[in-house]
Design a protein around this ligand. Structure first.
Ligand code: HDD
Length: 669
């Protein structure tokens, strides 16, 4: 059976190639489309030119508001399959039938920047998945960071006002390195934990294909007997979790602002389908209070060593969109789109999100019928008494549109729970109406410290550097000192280093929270490492042997490594196309470099490429005959990750391929 969503979208797809001719929107064939209707060849345009008016009016209205957050995104289609029935935990049909493939649409995004901002900025990444299940759409609207900045949705407008470009200058675009964000952080210490994540390498992913996803909140899974478990959702990438280095990410902003978007598109086009496993952390309802954090607090994660992640299924993204606007831009996610067997918890951030998403989509997509837009349509029948409204696409027949009715036999009739109708989990609630926060939410620093403690020395260094960079971009010393005060409650050494870099005071008293607890799962050092789908630049100069190059690229391809041939100019090298030049690309866009040059000297642009590859700790392959030419440059040939070889001894080249898997050689001097 075909993919139901694909079949449905096909009914709406219009392919210009199959059309007979150009018509107006009324279907009138037009004989001319280049000149407006005029009174004489040099005369004024006539208002009766309906064709001009229709074309221009449509064009004038082709933009819709961008998302207030997560404006810049990229989407792809795919499918999900569960490994084993999860009936013990949930009655959700798509999580119980391993033979079923459920169509999905995923949209990845950055949070802060506008639609046209760059991809490789330091930011949180959105990871939103729509499952088109047979029981309705289920949306898992998550991020690549498992915790959030705030604990209560009422503060979300404040957080977003603070992080977005400042209102008087609309600066900066695509990042949080500015006063209002750090002022918010300094005044709202619940941000501590997520700030650690955002300043870590997680904030600058190498590829959207190489990052984790998290549902963030605690949700509930409910089985057919009505028994509930609290659950946290995870997406684990099969390629492992990898990041850029900050200098590299900044350069990539200029060299290819669409770096992540293109990476995803090309991987899918090539058949390198990105895959993630769905993971669940489960806590039985009765164990709700057995932890040293409140499971309703969205600034807390559940350490994987204490509550293991059970891998329950796999998602594969295997089809790019046909039209960015129709699909990626118009897709509308909502954490409240549920199916029977999945339900909410009382996390106050989640509760507020349940209001915001429909509300924002009403203005972004122009009315209440956005569920009828093809990308948003469920693949199962949907039917109720809602009628009319802007952009109504359906023709609802019949006399009645109300419940209860006798004229139409009370159709459409609610479906009892035992026949698949959704029933809210019947949690007992008893409390006073108050504005307040539970005392169990007040420990802001322990898990920030847990995260920092779990980092390797290199990862800690990156957090120190990132805090120093971001705060260094702030104008106000007060803002800097308040932020250092927050760091001082997490880790004294971190606060001291950052304060020193900023030239501001560190608080006299060491207020760091006392804990040496670690969670190895939080460090990226322990991730999956393989060469697959990484990209290597083959740097060409001089009169290189086409057959030899062909052998190298074949070896790389045999290891599922991608490559680009980079030359002084674009040209054909035998039957290989040298498409890129030292002008069109830069080392920041590759995972490794391989100097294939036959020339004995290394020219400046090639040298810069090699030096930056080295500077960013990436693997570098050099032919022995370059030893001398590179003797005085910044590349130290005896350092880890620099591989030398010649045609007679390929050990170095084979080690280079292993080096591509290693990705970064942090112990390089
Ligand atoms: Fe949100 C978009 C993820 C908190 C309000 N959010 C949005 C998107 C993602 C997230 C991935 C983009 C969806 C897409 O690609 O179209 N948001 C999160 C996560 C949060 C979170 C993981 C915390 C755990 N969000 C959050 C809060 C509120 C919102 C607390 C408001 C109360 N989010 C929105 C929004 C957006 C949105 C304003 C903008 C566009 C949209 O919804 O459709 O409603």
């Amino acid at each position: 059976m075909g993919n139901k969503k694909e079949e449905q979208l096909k009914q709406h797809t219009i392919d210009n190639e199959q059309q007979a001719g150009l018509t107006t929107n009324q279907g009138l064939k037009m004989a001319e489309d280049e000149f407006s209707l005029k009174a004489g060849r040099r005369g004024p345009t006539l208002i009766e030119d309906f064709h001009f008016r229709e074309k221009m009016t449509h064009f004038d209205h082709e933009r819709i508001p961008e998302r207030i957050v997560h404006a810049r995104g990229v989407g792809a289609h795919g499918e999900f399959q569960v490994y084993e029935p999860l009936a013990e935990f949930t009655k959700a049909n798509f999580l119980n039938d391993p033979s079923k493939t459920t169509p999905v649409f995923v949209r990845f995004s950055t949070v802060q920047g506008s639609r046209g901002s760059a991809d490789t900025v330091r930011d949180v990444r959105g990871f939103a998945t729509k499952f088109y299940t047979d029981e309705g759409n289920y949306d898992l609207v998550g991020n690549n960071i498992p915790v959030f900045f705030i604990q209560d949705a009422i503060k979300f407008p404040d957080l977003v006002h603070a992080v977005k470009p400042e209102p008087h200058t609309e600066v900066p675009q695509g990042g949080s390195a500015h006063d209002t964000f750090w002022d918010f952080v300094g005044q709202n210490h619940e941000t501590a934990h997520m700030v650690m994540w955002a300043m870590s390498d997680r904030g600058i992913p190498r590829s959207l294909r190489m990052m984790e996803g998290f549902g963030v909140h605690t949700f509930r899974l409910v089985n057919a007997e009505g028994k509930a478990h609290f659950v946290k959702f995870h997406w684990k990438p099969k390629l492992g979790v990898h990041s850029q280095v900050w200098d590299e990410a900044q350069k990539a902003v200029g060299k290819n602002a669409d770096f992540h978007r293109v990476d995803l598109y090309e991987a899918i086009n090539k058949g390198d389908y990105p895959e993630w496993e769905l993971g669940l952390q489960l806590i039985p309802e009765e164990d709700e209070f057995n932890y040293d954090f409140d499971i309703l607090d969205p600034t807390k994660l559940w350490p994987e060593e204490e509550i293991p992640v059970k891998l329950v299924g796999k998602m594969t993204l295997n089809r790019n969109v046909d039209n960015f606007f129709a699909e990626t831009e118009q897709v509308a996610f909502h954490p409240g789109h549920l199916v029977p067997g999945i339900d909410f918890s009382n996390d106050p951030l989640l509760q507020g999100r349940l209001f915001s998403y429909t509300d924002t989509q009403l203005s972004r997509l122009g009315g209440p019928n956005f569920h009828q837009i093809p990308i948003n349509k469920p693949v199962c029948p949907f039917h109720n008494n809602q009628r009319d409204g802007m952009h109504q696409m359906a023709v609802h027949k019949g006399q009645t549109s109300y419940h209860k009715n006798a004229l139409n036999n009370n159709q459409p009739e609610p479906v009892p729970a035992d026949q698949g109708g959704f029933e809210h989990y019947q949690e007992k609630i008893d409390g006073h109406k108050i504005r307040g926060r539970s005392d169990s939410f007040l420990d802001f620093y322990s898990q920030a410290k847990l995260f920092y403690n779990s980092m390797t020395d290199v990862e800690k260094q990156h957090i120190q550097d990132a805090c120093s960079f971001e705060l260094g971009k702030c104008e106000s010393d007060m803002v800097k000192e308040n932020a250092v005060d927050l760091l001082n409650r997490i880790d004294r050494h971190l606060a001291e280093v950052v304060a020193d870099n900023l030239g501001v005071h560190v608080p006299e008293e060491n207020n760091e929270v006392q804990s040496d607890k670690t969670s190895p799962a939080l460090s990226m050092a322990n991730t999956i490492k393989k060469p697959d789908t990484k990209s290597v630049a083959l740097l060409l100069a001089g009169d290189v042997d086409a057959n030899q190059v062909k052998q190298w690229v074949q070896t790389l391809a045999d290891h599922n490594v991608n490559y680009s041939l980079v030359g002084k100019k674009a040209y054909m090298l035998g039957d290989l196309k040298v498409k890129e030049t030292y002008d069109t690309v830069d080392s920041s866009l590759f995972d490794a470099a391989f100097l294939v040059s036959a020339a004995m000297t290394v020219e400046d642009d090639v040298l810069e490429f090699i030096e930056n590859t080295y500077k960013h700790y990436k693997p570098l392959a050099l032919h022995v005959h370059h030893k001398e030419a590179l003797a005085t440059c910044r590349v130290k040939q005896d350092q880890p990750g620099v591989f030398t070889f010649d045609e007679h001894n390929l050990d170095g080249f084979n080690a280079f391929i292993d080096g591509i898997a290693t990705a970064r050689f942090w112990d390089r001097a």
